[in-house]
Write a protein that binds this ligand. Structure first.
Ligand code: CTP
Ligand code: MG
Length: 230
C-alpha cells in the first residue's frame, strides 16, 4: 500500500488569535505542523508529502524541515485564499493512485487510522475519517430553536480524507468553478454524485482551532504516552 498526502498549511489561524499562523505554535515543545508532518514521515505507506504554504512563510518551513530531518516533503507549494484553493494547488502536484488530504492543524492523527482510511479508499474510491456526534444538534434561527436533527445519522468529519487521484482532481476542478465553497473535500466529491464512505475515527484526532484546543492537545499527548508506557 502507498499514498501521497497533501497537507494544507497556508491558513492564518484567525480563530486561534495568536497573531501568527497557528501551525507555528508549540504543542508540548514541537510546532503543531512539525508534529503533523512527522506522523507521515514515519509512516512507511507514505511515499511523499506535498506541503501547501504561504510564500511569506517559506523560509520558516524550510528551516524546520531541515531541523527535523524530513525526507518525504516533495515540494512546498503556494496556497490560495481559501483552504479549498490551497488543497487544489497541492493536488495538481500529486502523482500517486491514492492521495490523502490532511489538515496541518490535526497533529494527533495516528498511523492506524491513516491505514484504515487508505484501505477503504483503495476499495471504494473515496473515504473520510469521522466520529459520531456526541451533542444534541439543533437548527437555530437567531436564538430560537427551529428543528432538532436526529443524532443517530450525524457524524463529524475529520481528515485525512482519501481518494483516487482522478476522482478528487475532477471534483476540485468543478469545485473551483463554483461560487459556493465546500465545507470539506468529501463534499466536492458528493457534488459529482459519487459515493463517499466514512471510516470511524477517534475523538482524539482534534483540529487545533481555538486556544483551548492546545491545552486539550497537550493533555492528549500525555495520555497517549501513559498508554504506551503501561
Ligand atoms: N489552510 C490553507 N489555506 C487557506 C486556509 C487554510 O492551507 N487559505 C489550512 C490551514 O493552515 C489548516 C487547514 O487548512 O491546516 C484547516 O484550516 P483551519 O483549521 O480553518 O485553519 P485556518 O484557516 O488557519 O484558521 P482560521 O479559519 O481560524 O483562520
Ligand atoms: Mg480556516
Amino acid at each position: 500500500m502507498n499514498y501521497q498526502v497533501v497537507i494544507p498549511a497556508a491558513g492564518s489561524g484567525k480563530r486561534m488569535g495568536a497573531g501568527q499562523n497557528k501551525l507555528f505554535l508549540s504543542l508540548s515543545g514541537t510546532p503543531i505542523i512539525m508534529r503533523t508532518l512527522l506522523v507521515f514521515e514515519q509512516d512507511s505507506w507514505c511515499k511523499g508529502i506535498i506541503l501547501v504554504i504561504k510564500e511569506t512563510e517559506r523560509e520558516w518551513f524550510e528551516q524546520q524541515i531541515h531541523k527535523h530531518h524530513l525526507t518525504k516533503v516533495l515540494s512546498l507549494i503556494s496556497g490560495g485564499k481559501e483552504r479549498q484553493h490551497s488543497v487544489y494547488n497541492g493536488l495538481l502536484q500529486a502523482t500517486s493512485d491514492i492521495v490523502l488530504i490532511h489538515d496541518g492543524a490535526r497533529p494527533l492523527i495516528g498511523q492506524e487510522a491513516i491505514h484504515r482510511v487508505v484501505l477503504q479508499a483503495y476499495e471504494k474510491g473515496a473515504a473520510v475519517l469521522a466520529v459520531p456526534v456526541k451533542d444534541s444538534v439543533k437548527k437555530v434561527n437567531q436564538t430560537r430553536i427551529t428543528e432538532t436533527v436526529e443524532r443517530e445519522s450525524l457524524w463529524a468529519m475529520q481528515t485525512p480524507q482519501a481518494f483516487r487521484l482522478p476522482l478528487i482532481l475532477k471534483a476540485h476542478e468543478i469545485g473551483a468553478k463554483s461560487d459556493k465553497p465546500a465545507t470539506d473535500d468529501a463534499e466536492l466529491v458528493e457534488w459529482l454524485g459519487e459515493a463517499v464512505f466514512i471510516v470511524e475515527s477517534s475523538y482524539t484526532n482534534i483540529k487545533m482551532t481555538t486556544a483551548e484546543d492546545l491545552v486539550i492537545g497537550e493533555r492528549l499527548l500525555l495520555w497517549e504516552e501513559e498508554k504506551r508506557g503501561s
